[in-house]
Design a protein around this ligand. Sequence first.
Ligand SMILES: [Zn+2]
Ligand SMILES: [Zn+2]
Length: 326
Amino acid sequence: MRAMLLTRAGAPLEAVDLPVPQPGPGQFLLRVRACAVCRTDLHIVDGELPGLQVPRIPGHEVVCTAVAAGPGAEMPKAGRLGVPWLGWTCGTCDYCRSGRENLCDSARFTGWQQDGGYAEYLLADQRYCMPIPDRYSDAEAAPLLCAGLIGHRALAAAGAAGRLGLYGFGAAAHIVTQLAHHQGRAVYAFVRPGDDAAAAFARELGCAWAGPSDRPAPAPLDAAILFAPIGALVPAALAAVRKGGRVVCAGIHMSDIPAFPYALLWGERSICSVANLTRRDGLEFMELAGHAPLKTSVEVLPLASANEALARLRRGDVQGALVLVP
Ligand SMILES: [Zn+2]
Ligand SMILES: [Zn+2]
């Protein structure tokens, strides 16, 4: 099978030809139909996440079809399956037993601890695959599997915020905006200074306001979600939320947060992070996506263009999400 392989952190992915893997106990062999490119892939490729073992095939927003089942796995009835970031958990630790498998110490993640979807085939534990709603094409569905899912979890963590700020307007924000509008919230989009295209995209999606992240919010926000991996945005977002407001950090990696005066946190403002997802998040969100009319803005590229896709994401030269098709 063709695959784009990470052989060393910081090096470009290599186009390689590998044997099709054999499904182990409880696993499916899946044929990849589409795989979206996530900012987390950039952190992995750059070696910013600890514990990376190479060689590794990245990609954790995978729309696929099961073609074989390993011992103990039963071929699924659903036509298409999604393989998300959460690939395996132990099921026995305190976190797993208390409904917080997203925090499992032994968790394995797709495209990081196990091979992902930048390939023609991948293996996945059958218990972590989820059905894909029929209303989305393969490419449209791919970004739902991380941008959508993590966005959904971050939105829940933001609480009942009527005025919601989003910092960084990429794949996750463009889905969260639609979810938030569906729930009757107003969205304020903060984009990289000078990125007029992102601001225009946010306005097109009906945001109440869109402007550069170095400008103050035009109205006090009830909560803010940070998708941009920039620590300096944490005090900026704290300054933008009103008393009792929450700042949710939704990225897996962030540059250091600069020191800031206590006054920014005072008034029962809070900061929290959102880590990974649970299978329940996935099922809930896919159910929601089956009913809510989400429009994912995607650009399809061939699998061999994975390095170009990562470079464009790094430059911020993407509107919505990039999706690789083998
Ligand atoms: Zn566990
Ligand atoms: Zn992701």
